[in-house]
Write a protein that binds this ligand. Structure first.
Ligand code: ADP
Length: 260
């Protein structure tokens, strides 16, 4: 009997040892992967705006631009590049807070239209160029949700921005809200380039961007959807996607109804 007990103990210790070492190694590997991702992001995405900003400042400092209208133009580009840099830094910080479990959510019970309005007004404030047509359909009598307004509106804003960025001429975007007994669905539909089946899962991974001409020409970090997914899941919800290549996409944020 003693032999069996000792053997049992030995196996239990061994299993714990293996599992523990495995977890430590996994964590190490994840950390090192995060660092590699971060370094490649810094070297590509962050360097571009920094280089342009430096160039614009030098142009102004050397007094090369004499015409006031041209000076305004350079200042406008300088502002745009600075904003781009600042958005990117915010995204990276947001992602690192989520990954390390330091992101805090301030949940409140809110009417759905308040959340929608927060995202829509931020989207409109960006004054995007081109013939963008946004329709917003929010029915009356919706059940409330319990959310961190800034985070959820941010996730919705990201869907709206993507709908705009990844559409060519036809920039009709429809935001609609539907509710069932348990869920409130916030759907953003576009008539853009669509997403191929093999990319549909992967676009929610961090830093993943579909490799095509339009994406290459469009600014982005590949972090937006990864952040949005984590935020929605932290609220007990999920993001679903329906899409057809060349026709358009429908992203839906599903949030649990807050029962009072
Ligand atoms: P970003 O836009 O910064 O690259 P996201 O995480 O928001 O990062 O999106 C990841 C990728 O998913 C995008 O690079 C793009 O290739 C694809 N994508 C996202 N939204 C859409 C959309 N509405 N239509 C087509 N492709 C999209």
């Amino acid at each position: 009997l003693l032999y069996v007990v000792l053997l049992g103990l030995f196996y239990v210790t061994l299993t714990f040892g293996v599992v523990y070492t495995g977890r430590v190694l996994y964590r190490e590997a994840r950390l090192s992967r995060m660092k590699t991702d971060f370094v490649s992001l810094v070297s590509h995405e962050l360097r571009t705006p920094v280089t342009s900003i430096r160039m614009f400042i030098e142009t102004l400092a050397l007094g090369r631009v004499k015409d006031p209208a041209q000076t305004q133009e350079v200042l406008k580009m300088l502002t745009q590049e600075t904003e781009r840099l600042s958005t990117l830094v915010d995204r990276v910080l947001d992602w690192s807070r989520i990954e390390s479990g330091r992101k805090e959510y301030h949940r409140e019970t809110l009417p759905v239209p308040v959340v929608v309005e927060t995202a829509v007004s931020a989207f409109r404030a960006q004054r995007l160029e081109g013939d963008m047509q946004l329709t917003v359909d929010v029915p009356e009598h919706l059940p409330p949700v319990q959310v961190d307004r800034v985070s959820i509106a941010g996730a919705l804003l990201n869907l709206l921005q993507n709908a705009y960025k990844y559409s060519r001429e036809d920039k009709r975007i429809a935001l609609s809200v539907r509710a069932s007994r348990r869920w409130v669905d916030l759907t953003v539909e576009d008539h853009g380039m669509g997403i191929a089946r093999q990319d549909r899962k992967r676009i929610f991974e961090r830093f993943y961007r579909v490799d095509n001409l339009l994406t290459r020409k469009t600014e982005g970090s590949g972090l937006g959807l990864a952040i949005a997914k984590r935020i929605v899941e932290a609220h007990g919800g999920r993001i679903t996607l329906k899409s057809e290549l060349g026709k358009g996409s429908r992203f839906t944020i599903q949030l649990p109804v807050h029962k009072v």
